[in-house]
Design a protein around this ligand. Structure first.
Ligand SMILES: *[C@@H]1O[C@H](CO)[C@@H](O)[C@H](O)[C@H]1NC(C)=O
Ligand SMILES: *[C@@H]1O[C@H](CO)[C@@H](O)[C@H](O)[C@H]1NC(C)=O
Length: 588
């Protein structure tokens, strides 16, 4: 390796003009390769280190180095590295005493983006306990499903989610689950308070022996992902994965002096691993927000000297949709890390907000391979250099989007896609270096990893939505899918339903059903009433036809309904509404 890089460095100096012509990304390739090699070497070192050096140990080192430095900035308050450390000691001690937690016990966290998310996780890590990061939008059956598939015996919820927990409390109690509420008082039988116990606990450090058996392949987290089929799945995130993801900031050139803006949910890998854990790895300051706000975004950046932002496709679109202002380029944001931005929005974003280096990533929480676009080429999701290719073999294969299956040749083998083809499926070779860890408690889903369908930046399990719809008294069967709407990224949820014999479609009852059980982004905006399920063709072929037919009342004979969030009910879909959606008077 050493010789290789001496040679490369020599080449770079001797023949820069030549290289610049033949390999326009040579400089970037070189810097990125050097950073990757350094990070790779660190990971190898951590793998061998005894006792195992986890992201928690890294945090404790940063606390020693700069206890007074701000770690988290939240709603006008700053929390230093030292303060967060002490707070996490209190959490660990309170839970150790109250819930008798010990190394290896999984605990589910059910709370929104707030600083306690971070210190509760750190406290649990100090006890050697893996944490399951529940999506705080889920309710009822989904909540129970997510909770039970990680095998947790304890759930910690914020006070504002008390009602959601109360709804499933009887089942949790039946299963002997301990429920803790981040509140000083609670009058509900079977729910324990935690805030009082935390404030009374000592902030003294905890012994490392409590987590003596944790190693690099131990489970650190469960992060929920949902595909197009079935309920959300708990992806097992090992400590090795945590390290790999938290190196992404470093690989993108972020330093300890940067300030990182997190407005994505901490229950997903982007916010938690790349943002927060990456922030710990860099020893930097994080500006945390409860939720993304396009109108506040640049003011926050200016006020808090933010230099690195994180995005999903919608982030940039929403920012580009805000009214133009004179001082738009007046900020210090220099790097944007994320995924899902479209080429046209990317270009517009740079034109409006200035020279920001966009680092587009391609990776999935449970995937075994990832890419970073470190050269800032517009439209590219990543750049692959020869080193990456050697370590992480992958290929793009031909894929039929209608049947959602790879195209196979006469011998039943997949076919490699040619460059320039518009559709392909990325397959990564599963190796020792890039293992596929899979999902918790579900072999079948690990086998059946499928494409994802994105609505508003969230993955929605269509069969879960269908399950919820069929719980409405009037609905017999439901087929849920996403339709493309001009000017909207991702897909908008739609359901074709069959009513029970002799029933009318109950607009307000069905609205109540979806509003009670589904987060806003998963509620079908359009409902199509079908007389009967056609008996020809596979389920998937029918779905393809429904998707194609869309939601234009002028072209569809069946009755159509539209979810009106202001009226809190479904209303009959009219051509007027259709036009208003097309002209974006109605925003979905
Ligand atoms: C931002 O930077 C300016 C100038 O460097 C400094 O005066 C100010 O205190 C900083 N603001 C914050 C919130 O750190
Ligand atoms: C990466 O992103 C930049 C724009 O930020 C772009 O110019 C570059 O072509 C992208 N693609 C690759 C392969 O790096």
């Amino acid at each position: 390796m050493y010789i290789w890089f001496t040679v490369l460095a020599g080449l770079a100096i001797l023949s820069l003009p030549f290289l610049k012509t033949c390999f326009p990304y040579f400089g970037e390739d070189f810097a990125y390769i050097m950073r990757s090699i350094q990070l790779g070497a660190r990971l190898v070192k951590y793998k061998k280190k005894k006792p195992f050096y986890s992201i928690l140990d890294c945090f404790l080192d940063k606390v020693k180095r700069h206890p007074a430095k701000t770690f988290v900035h939240f709603e006008g308050r700053e929390y230093s590295y030292g303060e967060v450390d002490k707070q996490s000691n209190k959490v660990a001690r309170a839970l150790q005493a109250a819930a008798r937690l010990k190394e290896g016990d999984t605990v589910a966290l059910f709370l929104a983006n707030e600083p306690s998310f971070i210190w509760i996780w750190l406290g649990l890590a100090k006890l050697g306990c893996p944490t399951a990061l529940l999506n705080f939008n889920i309710r009822s059956k989904s909540l129970l499903h997510c909770f039970s598939c990680c095998g947790a015996k304890v759930i910690i919820a914020s006070a504002e989610l008390q009602d959601a927990v109360e709804e499933v409390l009887p089942t949790l109690r039946e299963q002997g689950i301990s429920v803790y509420l981040l509140s000083e008082a609670c009058s509900i039988q079977g729910m324990n308070t935690l805030s009082d116990k935390i404030s009374q606990a000592s902030d003294q450090p905890l012994s490392r022996d409590l987590r003596a058996n944790i190693h690099i392949r131990s489970t650190a987290l469960y992060i929920y992902t949902s595909g197009t089929t079935g309920l959300p799945k708990a992806a097992v995130v090992t400590h090795e994965r945590v390290w790999a993801a938290s190196f992404i900031q470093a690989a993108c050139g972020v330093t300890a002096e940067d300030v990182f803006y997190i407005n994505l949910p901490l229950y997903h890998s982007a916010g938690f691993l790349i943002g927060m854990a990456g922030g710990i790895e860099r020893g930097m300051t994080i500006f945390l927000r409860r939720k993304f706000s396009a109108s506040q975004f640049w003011d926050d950046c200016r006020k808090y000297n933010i230099t690195v932002m994180q995005y999903i496709g919608e982030t940039m679109r929403y920012l580009c949709n805000t009214p133009k202002k004179d001082d738009e380029k007046n900020h210090r944001v220099r790097i944007a890390i994320g995924n899902g931005v479209r080429t046209d929005i990317w270009t517009e974003f740079l034109n409006r907000f200035g020279d920001i280096k966009v680092r587009e990533l391609y990776a999935a929480t449970e995937g075994n391979i990832g890419f970073i676009n470190y050269t800032s080429k517009i439209g590219a999701v990543g750049r692959v250099n020869f080193i990456h290719r050697f370590f992480f073999p992958y290929t793009l294969i031909k894929f039929n989007i209608e049947t959602e299956e790879p195209v196979r040749n006469s011998e039943g083998l997949c076919i490699e896609a040619s460059p320039g083809e518009s559709t392909g499926l990325l397959v990564g070779k599963i190796t020792q270096r890039s293992p596929f860890i899979g999902y918790a408690g579900n072999k079948q889903q690990t086998e059946n990893k499928r494409l994802r369908d994105v609505w508003k930046g969230e993955n929605v399990a269509t069969s879960e939505v269908a399950d919820i719809l069929t719980m409405a008294p009037c609905i017999l069967e439901a087929n849920v899918y996403g339709v493309k709407v001009e000017g909207h990224e991702g897909r908008i949820g739609m359901a074709a339903v069959i009513l029970k014999e002799g029933e009318e479609f109950d607009c307000s009852g069905t609205y109540k059903q979806v509003a009670n059980y589904l987060p806003a982004y998963a509620r079908p905006r359009f409902i199509r009433i079908q007389a009967s399920l056609e008996m020809t063709g596979t389920f998937k072929m029918k779905k393809v036809r429904l998707v194609e037919e869309g939601f234009n009342p002028a072209h569809i004979q069946d009755s159509l309904y539209f979810l009106d969030p202001e009226k809190k009910t479904y209303i009959p879909m009219t051509e007027e509404i259709y036009r208003a959606i097309a002209s974006r008077e109605i925003k979905l």
